[in-house]
Every structure is written in structure tokens, then in C-alpha cells.
Design a protein around this ligand. Structure first.
Ligand code: ATP
Length: 392
């Protein structure tokens, strides 16, 4: 498994935490033992009379990793998630958190160390927003001042200004606001592990995409080990370090989004992504993957000052982009007009006049100056290469 031999480095990529960590993987020196998994699931099954909800599931999760449980309705995602914090007891198999079997811990004690977010949010209707957020810290005996400070900071971070929202009741909030309070509540005691079951499920697609973006960039979540359930493929690809794709209670494949897309383990996996294949390829491939396929003429040896000057003078792109950007993000930059700048908007009509400057953090690495047609040609080559490597 990836975390047994590799460690992820978070950075400030525009692409968000998961994408950044996937593409900045650095081999561990052989002398350093890998950290033990935070969550270890072995041969886990749940049988109901006449029905196997989950069958022989095993996986390990490293600290800070996000695993998405993905699959069609009824495939066992929620049952599997709930066995991690003992909301459901397994029929066979074990779950260990930090090396201790969860079956040996009192459920309420176990759950205080694990944040839990569900689609229905489950806010207490007669508690204010602030009281809802403070529930777990109060149980843990935190001081009133510490709870108030933490609540206020979290609400602010989640775009719920405390002055307006702290004293409101759940019924006075929109669905998206309730969802944010649910997230704040789960984060209030700063648990190292978060379990999230369709956390954005009740929202319309636009609100959902917005909250997902905020979620990805939330500082408070950066170091957390997370298991997130969704049936939304785009959501899974945006948020996962690894995805476990389930069907009929069994894991069909577990791996990075790149692995599931380009190296499907079986027909089910391939077919599951077929309808959204191109969109997922655009999200999954990074500019770094395209570099070998760019024509030599795109390589530029501009000095930093010249290069920044050129951007300002002749291009509508203000910032160089990192090779960690997805092809999707690069396309958005190349084709999106600056709303406030009519001249820039005019330039978009001739997209070939716009360039991306792909630049590594290492100053000595080559830079690339790429227009839309070159980008798309390299994308086509990179896809062909990834698929050919898999088939051979
Ligand atoms: N208490 C129960 N008794 C009997 N069968 C159950 C019970 N709970 C769940 N199941 C069955 O187990 C299977 C898995 O259910 P689960 O809720 O884990 O699926 P899911 O993948 O989360 O589905 P969805 O995406 O629709 O929420 C389903 O077929 C469901 O009907």
C-alpha cells in the first residue's frame, strides 16, 4: 500500500490538500520505519439475516490520509463506516485505531476521539448554534472560556460569523449553514480522526461544490485522518487520497484516483467511471504528467524577473502555475475571462494568445510556456501513454 512506502507532503497547491499530497509523494529513506497505520481494518464483515452488507473488507489508513468509500446505493458504505466507531458491531473481523481494537474500548469514549458528520446533520433543535458546536468539548470537561474561543474561531472559519449565527437555532439556518455547523461540531474537540457520511449530500449541486472547495482548503482538516462516504464520483476524486470502490459489500479496488482510472482492477471498476471518464482524466492528470509530451519549443529559460515581466506585459495570466495543477485547473485558467477586465475578456476570444507558465518551486528546473493547443495535444499523448502502460 502507498503509505507503507511513501509519505505525502502537503503544500499550498491551488488544487487542494488531497491533490497536492498525491502528487508530491516522496519515497521514505529506507532506514526510517513507516509510521503505524491510524486505522487498520481486517477481514471485516457484517451479516444481516439473508444478506451480507459488508464482506471481508481489509484496509489500512495512515495518519493524515483521506479514504473515500465510493459505490452504488446499498453497497455497504455506511455499514462499513459505522463499524469504525462501533455504531454497528461487525459480525466478524477487527477494527484497530492506533493499534487498539475498538471492541476493547467503551463506545462513548471511543467516539469522543472520532469526529462524525452525517448528511442529516443531527443538530439538537433546542440548542443554539454555539451550544451545538460545544457539545463534545463540554462532555470532555473543557473550560467555558476555551469552548467559547474554539466555537467562535470555527464558526468564523466556516463562514458563519458568530455575531450573527452563534445564538441562532438550527431551524433558522439554511441546509448549507446547518451542514457547516455539523462540521464545526465535529471539529470542536479537534479529534485526529473524522468519519463523514455523505457530508454534503443534502445540498444542491452548486452549494455542494462550493462547500466542498471550502472543506478541501480548511486548515483544521489538514492533519486529520478521514474516511468519507459518497456515491458522487467527482466528489470522491476531488477529496480522496485513496478511494475504496465497493460493490455488493466487497471492495472491488482500493487505490489512488489515478490507479482506479488508469489501472481498473476489473470490468466493474472500469464501467463505474465510464460515463465521466474524460472529466475525471482532466481532474486526475497533473501538468507534471504532461511535461514529457510538450514540444521542446515550449521550454523556456527566462530569468525570473524577465519571466514575471513578460507575464505582466503580454499575458492576461498573472501568476505562474505549479506542475501540481490539474489539467482541468489549467484549462480553467486558460479559458476563463477576468470578469473585471474587459481587455482580458476580449483576449479569451483568441485563446491561443494566452499562455501558462509552468514553473517548479526549484528555480533551476526548466519552465514551460504553453498555449491551449499544446496543452491539449500533450494531454491526449499523456492519456494514451497512461492507458498503454496499463494494457502492456
Ligand atoms: N439493519 C439492517 N438490517 C438488514 N439489512 C440492512 C440493515 N442495514 C443495512 N442493511 C442492508 O445492507 C446493505 C448496505 O447498506 P448501507 O446502508 O451500508 O449501504 P450504502 O452503500 O451506504 O447505501 P446508500 O448509498 O444508499 O446510503 C443494504 O442492502 C441494506 O439494505
Amino acid at each position: 500500500m502507498r503509505h507503507a512506502t511513501l509519505c505525502g507532503t502537503r503544500n499550498d497547491s491551488h488544487a487542494g490538500r488531497s491533490a497536492a499530497s498525491r502528487y508530491l509523494l516522496t519515497p521514505l529513506p529506507l532506514s526510517i520505519a513507516p509510521a503505524p497505520p491510524v486505522i487498520r481494518v481486517r477481514d471485516l464483515s457484517k451479516h444481516y439475516p439473508g444478506h451480507m452488507a459488508v464482506q471481508d473488507v481489509s484496509f489500512e489508513l495512515a495518519a493524515g490520509e483521506t479514504l473515500v468509500l465510493l459505490g452504488p446505493s446499498g453497497c455497504g458504505k455506511t455499514t462499513l463506516l459505522k463499524m469504525l466507531n462501533r455504531l454497528i458491531e461487525p459480525t466478524t473481523g477487527t477494527v484497530e485505531i492506533n493499534g487498539v481494537a475498538v471492541g476493547q474500548q467503551r463506545p462513548e469514549v471511543l467516539r469522543r476521539g472520532i469526529g462524525y458528520v452525517i448528511q442529516q446533520v443531527g443538530l439538537l433543535p433546542h440548542y443554539t448554534v454555539a451550544e451545538n458546536v460545544g457539545v463534545v468539548p463540554r462532555l470532555l470537561g473543557h473550560t467555558a472560556a476555551a469552548i467559547a474561543e474554539r466555537t467562535s474561531a470555527l464558526l468564523t472559519r466556516l463562514h458563519l460569523p458568530p455575531v450573527r449565527f452563534a445564538d441562532q437555532y438550527p431551524h433558522q439556518l439554511s441546509g448549507g449553514q446547518q451542514q457547516r455547523v455539523g462540521l464545526a461540531r465535529a471539529l470542536a474537540a479537534d479529534p485526529p480522526i473524522m468519519l463523514l457520511d455523505e457530508p454534503f449530500g443534502a445540498l444542491d449541486p452548486v452549494t455542494r461544490a462550493g462547500i466542498r472547495r471550502e472543506f478541501r482548503e480548511l486548515e483544521e482538516l489538514r492533519a486529520k485522518t478521514m474516511v468519507l462516504v459518497t456515491h458522487d464520483v467527482t466528489e470522491a476524486f476531488e477529496l480522496a487520497d485513496r478511494i475504496a470502490l465497493l460493490s455488493g459489500g466487497q471492495i472491488q479496488q482500493i487505490g489512488t484516483p489515478h490507479e482506479l482510472l488508469f489501472r481498473p482492477a476489473n470490468d466493474f471498476v472500469r464501467d463505474f467511471f465510464a460515463a465521466e471518464r474524460l472529466a475525471l482524466q482532466l481532474r486526475t492528470l497533473r501538468l507534471r504528467d504532461l511535461l514529457p509530451f510538450l514540444p521542446p519549443s515550449t521550454k523556456t529559460a527566462l530569468s525570473k524577473s524577465l519571466f514575471l515581466g513578460e507575464i505582466n506585459i503580454s499575458l492576461s495570466i498573472d501568476e505562474p502555475v505549479s506542475p501540481n495543477y490539474s489539467v482541468q485547473e489549467a484549462l480553467e485558467i486558460l479559458t476563463a475571462p477576468e470578469a473585471s477586465d474587459a481587455a482580458a475578456a476580449q483576449q479569451v476570444a483568441d485563446a491561443s494568445a494566452r499562455y501558462l507558465i509552468i514553473v517548479e518551486s526549484d528555480e533551476n528546473a526548466p519552465r514551460y510556456r504553453v498555449a491551449l493547443p499544446e496543452l491539449m495535444a500533450a494531454f491526449a499523448h499523456a492519456i494514451h501513454h497512461a492507458e498503454t502502460v496499463w494494457k502492456s
